[in-house]
Design a protein around this ligand. Structure first.
Ligand code: DGY
Length: 321
């Protein structure tokens, strides 16, 4: 059976398949491998089953043992993979799109509601026992029905967010590099520029990949374009946000509240967020359901098995632009 390096925890169903189809080498360190530890573990292995915590850069592909024929990442995001270096080394890299769309969109709505209904402060009030001392004027949030939701990045997850938000009576606006056909827009209003989208976004959901083009998309200049008191949610990547400027906007009231599942430099986060009552913060759990994590694991393994058997793989990373 092929030898597979597994760098992170998997659900029981995925582990059972790994045990059936591979000779596994698990990371048992209780933390992500360093790059050198991963390279050492890869020595003599046929395939690597990695996550977005594993940095696969040019150095990694230069030093990758020749035994390795395929890598699959347990994520839809792939900014941790140097695709040009992978292509130069002749290593196909699989990833796990689509299977996490619903779970991630659910978390976007949780953030949207959590931020707009001041869920963090409300939780504190109940848990601290201070509830009884507060009157009815306390903890008034901001309604979402009839409001405009701007979606920055109308890919598969963005569209799943739109579908859910419509059910809450929100009007959907979006920016994307290209306009979607009407059957995919489902009535959403297209904006040809991000600036135009920002100006109408009572709520803003970030759903674009992290790339040099989107890095710090939300910054002092773009935050100022939002309607005063807008609410921002991010389930994409922390790198889309310039943290200091968002924190300043949360303090000034330009942004009324933010719901964040992803952070630049996570798991270390800018401490300014934790100090603010108007933030609703989650530890990157967009895809964290048993069903979704199992589907992601199975798809990652499907990619590996297909390449090892010389068959077309279901989801390999697109070639570099
Ligand atoms: C993904 O799949 O990219 C999720 O954000 C988990 O990293």
């Amino acid at each position: 059976m092929p030898t597979l390096v597994v760098t992170h925890w998997q659900t029981p169903a995925v582990v059972a398949r790994i045990e059936r189809e591979f000779t596994p080498r698990y990371n048992t360190l209780g933390r992500p491998y360093t790059q050198d530890e991963l390279l050492a573990a890869a020595d003599g292995a046929d395939a690597l089953f990695v996550s977005s915590a594993d940095k696969l850069d040019a150095r990694f592909f230069q030093l990758l043992p020749a035994s390795v024929r395929v890598i699959s990442t347990f994520s839809v995001g792939y900014e941790h993979v140097d695709r040009a270096a992978a292509a130069a080394a002749g290593i196909p890299v699989g990833y796990t799109p689509d299977v996490l769309n619903d779970a991630t969109a659910d978390i976007a709505l949780l953030l949207l509601l959590g931020a707009s209904r001041r869920a963090f402060e409300a939780q504190q009030l109940v848990r601290s026992g201070e509830w009884a001392t507060r009157g009815t004027a306390h903890l008034l949030g901001w309604g979402i029905t009839g409001k405009r939701l701007g979606i920055f990045g109308m890919g598969r997850i963005g569209r799943a967010v739109a579908q859910r938000a419509r059910a809450f009576g929100m009007t959907i606006h979006y920016y994307n590099r290209t306009q979607l056909p009407p059957q995919m827009e489902e009535g959403a209003v297209y904006h040809a520029s991000a600036e135009s989208l920002l100006r109408v976004s009572d709520f803003l959901s970030l759903n674009a990949p992290n790339s040099p083009a989107t890095r710090h998309f939300l910054n002092a200049e773009t935050l100022a374009m939002l309607p005063h008191g807008a609410i921002v949610v991010n389930t994409a990547r922390g790198g889309l946000v310039d943290d200091e400027t968002l924190i300043a906007a949360l303090k000034s009231g330009q942004v009324a509240a933010a719901g964040l599942d992803v952070f630049e430099g996570e798991p270390k986060i800018n401490p300014g967020y934790a100090d603010l009552p108007n933030t609703f913060l989650l530890p990157h759990i967009g895809s964290a359901t048993v069903e979704t994590r199992t589907a992601m694991g199975m798809l990652a393994l499907d990619n590996i098995v297909a390449v090892l058997e010389g068959k077309p793989a279901p989801s390999l990373l697109p070639p570099p632009a």
